[in-house]
Design a protein around this ligand. Structure first.
Ligand code: WQD
Length: 345
């Protein structure tokens, strides 16, 4: 009998790649997603890749009634990977209440259902943004680095969510949880059948680069080259979305295995452990594709951390996981995806 896993937000960018890895690892997947930032079309891509079409329901996880009714049809689900959340940093500054209500209510509803089920496990989609702008001496960032004031309500919802989970695990004996703090997810499945849907105007670096290369936008801005880094532009830890997806399967396996003595609430940094600057990423893209990316240097973007990359040793050792894909292959996967959705041969 295959273990059935609830994946909220499972038609989203990271959710869909994780569903593929769950199915490939022998799990049965049930997706609840309100399609606010994705499309049901994604199910076709998942099915083409895995040969399996996961069960899906259009559910607003922030609605207690909707989620409870949905989950009453699945009394045998005890594990969830919770992605469902709004995630645009800039938008969260303009719409804080929508972000707090949606991101926190969704999580609370998932916890409140699973805590009543035996041996329940939640894998939570967190973010390196909880570390704010770490001091140089705290780089590379380990899980015990200080949690610092983060400028965006989006980042604050991640910090609050981790606290809510920690308090819930302490209060409810049935529940265990793990929080995965992603660094910068990039790229697309090698098949180019799933990837990051270009809904709205992307703010993240990689889709901006690939849209420039595809001619969707005439040029891009490099937000500041006056930082205290090797080339003046910001440094980040760009993690391949398929490697990130595999980390979720590893984390689930750890928490579900009765033979592993894990803490009931654990936190892991999910990154490569290598930092790359904005200009370096642009250079790698141009080298891999042979396409120049028109860009202009402008002022800094408010709220940007200067440098942020992971110390992934805890994930490597306790999850038996590491980010293995070379950055050139990751960049090439992002370009394949952009070409496919723009019908560029
Ligand atoms: C990376 C670097 C920009 C666009 C955010 C969230 C994080 C996670 C990933 C959800 C920065 C520079 C970007 C552009 C640029 N989100 N840049 N020109 O801000 O590190 O992280 O997205 O999981 O939680 O905080 O990612 O890709 O927006 O920016 O120069 O047009 O690229 O200034 O230095 P960020 P990003």
């Amino acid at each position: 009998m295959k273990e059935k896993i609830l994946v909220t937000g499972g038609t989203g960018y990271i959710g869909s790649h994780t569903v593929v890895e769950l199915i490939n690892s022998g799990f049965e997947v049930v997706i609840a997603d309100n399609l606010a930032n994705s499309s049901e079309e994604v199910l076709n891509g998942i099915e083409q890749i895995t040969g399996v079409r996961p069960q899906f329901a259009k559910i607003d996880c922030a609605s207690r009634e909707e989620l409870c009714s949905f989950m009453s049809d699945y009394p045998d689900i005890r594990c969830a990977i919770h992605f469902a959340a709004y995630k645009a940093v800039g938008e969260s500054v303009e719409k804080p209440l929508e972000y707090y209500r949606n991101n926190l209510d969704s999580l609370i509803n998932v916890i409140d259902i699973l805590r009543k089920r035996e041996n329940s496990v939640i894998v939570f989609s967190s973010s390196c943004t909880v570390y704010g702008d770490p001091a140089k001496e705290d780089l590379p960032v380990s899980e015990d680095a200080p949690i610092k004031e983060t400028p965006s309500p989006y980042g604050k919802t991640k910090q609050m969510s981790e606290q809510i989970i920690k308090d819930s695990v302490y209060a409810y004996d049935n529940l265990s949880a793990v929080s995965l703090r992603y660094f910068n997810p990039v790229g697309a499945h090698p098949s180019a059948l799933i990837g990051e849907l270009p809904l709205g105007v992307p703010q993240n670096l990689m889709p901006v680069i690939t849209q420039c290369a595809a001619g969707v936008r005439p040029s891009m801005k490099v937000f500041g080259t006056d930082y205290n880094t090797r080339d003046g532009s910001c440094i980040r830890d760009y993690i391949y979305v398929c490697d990130l997806a595999k980390a979720h399967v590893a984390a689930l396996g750890r928490m579900m295995n009765p033979l592993i003595k894990s803490d009931r609430f654990e936190v892991f940094n999910i990154g490569t452990g290598k930092g790359l600057s904005v200009l370096e990423i642009i250079g790698i893209f141009e080298k891999v594709t042979g396409i120049k990316v028109p860009h202009e240097i402008t002022g800094r973007r408010e709220g940007d951390a200067e440098q942020l990359w992971a110390d992934p040793r805890k994930s490597n050792e306790l999850l038996g996981w590491s980010a293995s894909t070379p950055v050139e292959d990751v960049v090439a996967s992002a370009w394949r995806w952009e070409k496919r959705i723009r019908n560029i041969s």
